[in-house]
Design a protein around this ligand. Sequence first.
Ligand code: C2E
Ligand code: CA
Ligand code: CA
Ligand code: CA
Length: 275
Amino acid sequence: AKLDGRGTYRFFEPEMDARMQARRRLELDMRQALARREFQLHYQPQLQLDEDRLIGCEALIRWKHPERGMISPLDFIPLAEEIGLIVPIGEWVVRQACRDAMTWPAGMSVAVNVSPAQFKSDRLVETIISALASSGLAARRLEVEITEGVLLEESEKTLQTLHRLRELGVRVSMDDFGTGYSSLSYLRSFPFDKIKIDRSFVKDLTGKPDGDAIIRAIAGLGKSLGMTTVAEGVETPEQMQRIRDEGCTDVQGYLISRPIPADDVLAFLKTYGSP
Ligand code: C2E
Ligand code: CA
Ligand code: CA
Ligand code: CA
């Protein structure tokens, strides 16, 4: 609300109103999208550099909106977080990802993104136990990716949940590493299995000494902590070579493959030469 010239409040600024309406519309649509089966998972493969083999895929959600076409997660996950819908949507992601991974070779794992509100919900661990049981997927083939947002308020409960996942045999990755303020300190509080180096650092790989220093440092850190290091957003053969030289263990990016629909994963593995 804004005070106008006559000292009264105007609650309906046209521009604001239009944005609120668009948001409200998206929210209503999203509340129905699960039941209408409008969500899909696409998968982006990860390559292990050492053995030059595909070791898993990250599940990335897409929303096929009946009128607006494919909507990027960047355009609806934040709202889903805000209104709590991320919990049922995230539950669907975990179940679907486990089912899909069961159709892949046994050496392939699947990674799901778990956002802060979903992580804090009491259901996460039970959801994962139930998804593993009903799909038959071995726990070690499931990976949970969390960002700094999950660890911001580093409560007992957060750490407890991480340890419960670990006890199940599920692996835990630190996503978007290096973009937050205290990435380093989180490595001290929990023994992650994997560090995913944010794409922004890969973009900075120039061959100049300092461009590469950060990636080299993170790769070294991962190595001494016994964690895998994945470079995200690798788009060119030059970047891939540098990533290799700096000591990262895995890569993920358009150079290997863009995220592909679930139905195309097996064909991709076949042409690429899967485990
Ligand atoms: P993220 O977890 O960091 O996922 C990686 C994003 O980088 C994906 O975008 C992927 O398509 C994109 N990417 C991968 N390789 C390259 C590359 O070589 N170049 C470029 N330019 N981009 C690349 P996407 O699929 O749009 O997802 C965006 C974000 O949405 C994800 O970032 C993640 O934070 C979130 N997200 C996606 N799916 C889910 C989900 O199921 N649950 C939750 N909570 N969040 C999700
Ligand atoms: Ca991720
Ligand atoms: Ca990431
Ligand atoms: Ca990201």
